[in-house]
Design a protein around this ligand. Structure first.
Ligand code: FAD
Ligand code: NAD
Length: 481
């Protein structure tokens, strides 16, 4: 690209938000470039697109969750189906290689989509230099060489990085963040995890299924406070029964390494008593921080919040006209699909269309077994907001497909407005909750009533019949309970 060309939009970051936004911009005929400085280089040593989600997040974690689930099914659940398997062994390097091959293939797919949609892909680190009459000036630096660009609009999609704990240095060998925890070469005998959030539970599940004794040390007094209380209670019961050892209300006070290489994580409980957890590997999963510093946002006067998020409105417009920010670097849940939806909205608005995101209908999923999925509001949120509601619940113990599958854990809970019957929230604990939440999201997006869901034909026998039954439970009553 020559220096004279003025772009319609420059996207900084080729993660979930940035790469999807760039493709949409290309589809809309905008002159677009996307810059990526990914520290997780591909086998050719090139900065690779896909961001956290593709390289060290959603995709590799789900690949390992799937492999470890297959192993656990063979080891522990096949016998119940009358299948006798003996001597199943695991090959962790093969699992990791399979995961890496999926990531590489998808990264190549993004580069192909960039070419197909005329997105100029620039490998390097972007720094905002300032503003001229023509637009924003941005430098892209790689291996000592710098290219300068001018763009009418700027989309900041720089994502987030793992939050660090003072005194606990990540080496991604023994003391890992998400990247290291997705690349362990063998199954640790004892794995400690700081943080019982989404990463802690998902990656804890992977290594527990493969044989690790997993201890999770959590600062809060309870599990999953963002979930509906019934869901959180059910998950604590199920995950504990699977062998995860939770230590709640724990304040981490230090980490020691013995001469044999083993680790000892010290913490103080809510009563002030001191404890320690001996482990072979430690994963730190205590949330993520937005990547907004060092980018030069201040040179053009873009405001950030106290916690480092780029300050944006509901349309992802930053405090300076022509500057937008999306995904993990702005407010809202740190989810790949939320970043994508925002990216599409921004490009459509730059192109003069009416893009929007319904922040009330963004589904969340935790890929444990069973899975947890929800959309809309929790029962405690409705109570706090003083909204009168009715709740319908249906357990998978009464669902024929779940019985056939051999996994009846969990339930569906539907919350609907007491007066209008509009669906306000749907909460699912079940195998394949991640797939069932699609119908629930559609119901909320289309402002369905619980009665609407109850009257829609649901194929039999399926797990998602439970969603209909829970909706019927609010009105005329569930049919199979
Ligand atoms: P990112 O994906 O982080 O991308 C930002 C990109 O910007 C990075 O590649 C970075 O290198 C680049 N960048 C930063 N600064 C610069 C610069 N100055 N110049 C050039 N490039 C720059 N979400 C889900 O919805 N579902 C899941 O199942 C899920 N699983 C996850 C599992 C794990 C272990 C983790 C860590 C996260 C998971 N997430 C999941 C969250 C999801 O990964 C993020 O919400 C998503 O990646 C955010 O997208 P983004 O585009 O905002 O940022
Ligand atoms: P999280 O916010 O989900 O959980 C972090 C946990 O660590 C919290 O429970 C918190 O109370 C605890 N914690 C914080 N400081 C602590 C301390 N000093 N000692 C002990 N516990 C402490 O964050 P995460 O699990 O790191 O995940 C980061 C983000 O990535 C999340 O926002 C999530 O949305 C996203 N993610 C999504 C998925 C998914 O959609 N399936 C999967 C993984 C990650």
């Amino acid at each position: 690209m020559t220096q004279e060309q003025v772009l319609d939009v420059l996207v900084i970051g080729a993660g979930s938000g940035g790469y999807i936004a760039s493709i949409r911009a290309g589809q809309l005929g905008l002159k677009v470039a996307c810059v990526e400085a990914n520290p997780y280089a591909d086998p050719r040593g090139e900065p690779r697109p896909g961001g956290t989600c593709l390289n060290v997040g959603c995709i590799p974690s789900k690949a390992l969750l799937s492999s470890s689930e297959e192993f656990e099914k063979i080891e522990r659940h096949a016998a119940a189906h009358g299948i006798r398997v003996s001597g199943a062994t695991m090959d962790v390097p093969a699992m990791i290689a399979r995961k890496n091959a999926i990531v590489t293939k998808m990264a190549q797919g993004i580069e192909y989509l960039f070419r197909k949609n005329k997105v100029v892909y620039l490998k390097g680190r972007a720094t905002i230099l300032g503003r001229t009459d023509e637009g924003f000036r941005v430098a892209v630096t790689r291996s000592g060489s710098t290219q300068e660009l001018t763009t009418r609009n700027l989309l900041v999609a720089t994502g987030s990085l793992p939050r660090q704990l003072p005194g606990i240095e990540i080496d991604n060998v023994d003391i890992c963040d998400n990247a290291g925890a997705l690349d362990l070469p063998t199954v640790p005998r004892r794995l400690a995890i700081i943080g019982a959030g989404v990463i802690g539970l998902e990656l804890g599940s992977v290594w527990r299924r493969l044989g690790a004794q997993v201890t999770v040390v959590e600062a809060l007094p309870q599990l999953l406070p963002m979930c509906d209380t019934d869901v959180a209670r059910e998950m604590l019961k199920l995950l504990t029964a699977q062998g995860m050892d939770f230590r709640f209300g724990a304040r981490v006070t230090g980490l020691d390494r013995a001469s044999d290489g083993s680790l000892s994580l010290a913490y103080v409980d809510a009563q002030g008593a001191a404890h320690s957890v001996a482990c072979d590997k430690l994963v730190v999963a205590v949330g993520r921080v937005p990547t907004s510093s060092g980018l030069g946002l201040e040179t053009i006067g873009v405001k950030t919040t106290e916690r480092g998020f780029v300050d944006v409105d509901a349309y992802c417009r930053a405090s300076v006209e022509g500057v937008y920010a999306i995904g993990d670097v702005v407010r809202g849940p740190m989810l790949a699909h939320k970043a994508e939806d925002e990216g599409v909205m921004v490009m459509e608005r730059i192109a003069g269309l009416a893009g929007h995101v319904n922040y009330g209908a963004i589904p969340s999923i935790i890929y444990t077994s069973p899975e947890v999925a929800w959309v809309g509001r929790t029962e405690q949120e409705l109570k706090e907001a003083g909204i009168a509601y009715r709740a319908g619940r249906f357990p998978f113990t009464a669902n024929g497909r779940a019985l056939g599958n051999g996994d009846t854990s969990g339930f569906v809970k539907v919350l609907a407005d007491q007066k209008t019957d509009a669906v306000l929230g749907i909460h699912i604990v079940s195998t394949y909750a991640s797939e069932m939440i699609g119908e629930a999201t559609m119901a909320i997006e289309f402002k369905a009533s619980a009665e609407d869901i109850g009257r829609i034909s649901h194929a039999h026998p399926t797990l998602y019949e439970a969603l209909r039954e829970a909706s019927l439970a609010i009105g005329t009553g569930a049919l199979n309970l």
